[in-house]
Design a protein. Structure first.
Length: 406
């Protein structure tokens, strides 16, 4: 097939989970003999440089401008009803200009209404990676807790501490339009949710949405490569606990470190890989011999450290849709401790052994479970030749979606 991948997250020097997902899928499709191009932002690098930067083995197309995206919303204190549709139309125009050269266009991004601006005859698929289908901030997390609000105007409090009637009306109109156009896009074109949790989350907010063209396909990893890299990791180190992720609000690093402070056994050590706005503050407060902040590391080093760890912790307090870090830990045979929220419980189906994925009710329970496991020897398993969520095992299901009538 001739396939065009599209994402406004690409290119980038340090790409996040969504961008890595796109590159992993695009490269695997190339390996399977398909013709694949990736289209992203223009004006940053020449196409060959952009492809090299993100690790893509095919052609990168700089397709659309994506700068000055703020529109002074923070200064004005309300969500602008025109902003997100304007950027969605820009991406849709770039797709429409090229769609005739491809059998399918697969969008991975943060503007779920893009499909609403494309005609039904375009074979368009989008993957929804987060709660941005109904939340304009994509997180559903506010004031240190998961947001359960569903009324459009209630979202005004996410951009202004005391919005007042006018700001509530304007933000409510923006969110209402955003959700309505997203529902139209889902009804018109095919949609993949990376967890059943995400599908239900959208229906909770937009209960009359038509999701007949939607399906759930969990995230995936490039398992053969991961297995190869892990083989060079050396011996498992008892007491070594690894945390990987962006050190930011909702990711739970601060809550976890506060809960475990003073409770680590002498042989244990926490290694935290990642960067973000809260790193300096948390490192100053908790960093030391037993808690190391390692900053950003390349993917191979992350995998080697995961493979050599006693266990992995995913402390996110927001609802992770389908955490790739969890998938990697499971694929490597590592015990993994996480909160039983979001799409994480769905991933227990991919355990190698009972209790591999420890699902905690809250942060105190998570820390208790971690300490219990640290008191035991590390669990080691021989890695099997394949893993259910290897990208190459997922591709046939994705191709079925591509081939479904537009």
């Amino acid at each position: 097939m001739r396939i065009l991948m599209v994402s406004e997250d690409l290119p980038g020097k340090q790409i996040g989970g969504l961008g890595k997902h796109v590159v992993t899928l695009a490269n695997a499709l190339l390996d399977c003999g398909h013709e694949v191009d990736v289209m992203g932002r223009e004006g940053e690098l020449d196409p060959a440089g952009a492809a090299s930067q993100i690790g893509f083995g095919g052609r990168f197309i700089p397709g659309f401008g994506f700068s000055h995206v703020g529109w002074k919303e923070l200064q004005l204190g309300f969500f602008n009803p025109l902003k997100r549709p304007w950027f969605a139309r820009r991406i849709a125009r770039a797709i429409a200009a090229r769609a005739g050269s491809y059998d399918v266009v697969h969008y991975h991004g943060h503007l779920p209404m893009v499909g609403r601006y494309l005609p039904p005859q375009v074979n368009f698929v989008q993957t929804r990676h987060d709660q941005g289908s109904e939340c304009v901030l994509h997180l559903r997390f506010k004031d240190g807790a998961v947001c359960r609000a569903t009324a459009n105007a209630d979202c005004a409090a996410c951009i202004h501490p005391s919005p007042g009637p006018l700001r509530r009306t304007l933000s409510g109109a923006a969110v209402g339009r955003y959700r309505g156009e997203t529902a139209q896009a889902f009804a018109r074109h095919k949609t993949i949710f990376v967890s059943d949790f995400l599908r239900h989350a959208f229906l909770r907010t937009v209960p009359d949405a038509d999701l007949a063209r939607a399906r759930v396909i969990h995230n995936f990893i490039r398992y053969p490569y991961l297995r190869e890299v892990a083989a060079a990791s050396g011996q498992v180190r008892a007491g070594e606990v690894l945390l990987v992720g962006r050190i930011d609000t909702g990711k739970g690093f601060g809550e976890f470190l506060a809960e475990i402070e003073g409770r680590l056994p002498p042989h244990a050590r926490l290694s935290i890989i990642g960067d973000g706005p809260l790193r300096a503050q948390l490192e100053a407060r908790y960093g030391g011999e037993q808690v190391r902040f390692l900053g950003w590391r390349d993917y191979d080093e992350v995998i080697r450290r995961q493979a050599a760890s006693h266990l992995c912790v995913i402390p996110s307090v927001w609802e992770e849709p389908c955490g790739t870090t969890v998938l990697e830990a499971l694929a490597l045979g590592k015990q993994c401790v996480a909160l039983a929220t979001g799409g994480t419980p769905e991933l227990a189906a991919y355990q190698y052994y009972d209790g591999q994925l420890q699902l905690a009710a809250d942060m105190p329970d998570l820390v208790d479970r971690l300490l219990q496991e640290l008191a035991r020897p590390p669990v080691t398993v021989e890695l099997p030749p394949s893993f259910p969520l290897d990208v190459f095992r997922t591709i046939p299901t994705i191709l079925e979606c591509y081939a479904e009538q537009a």
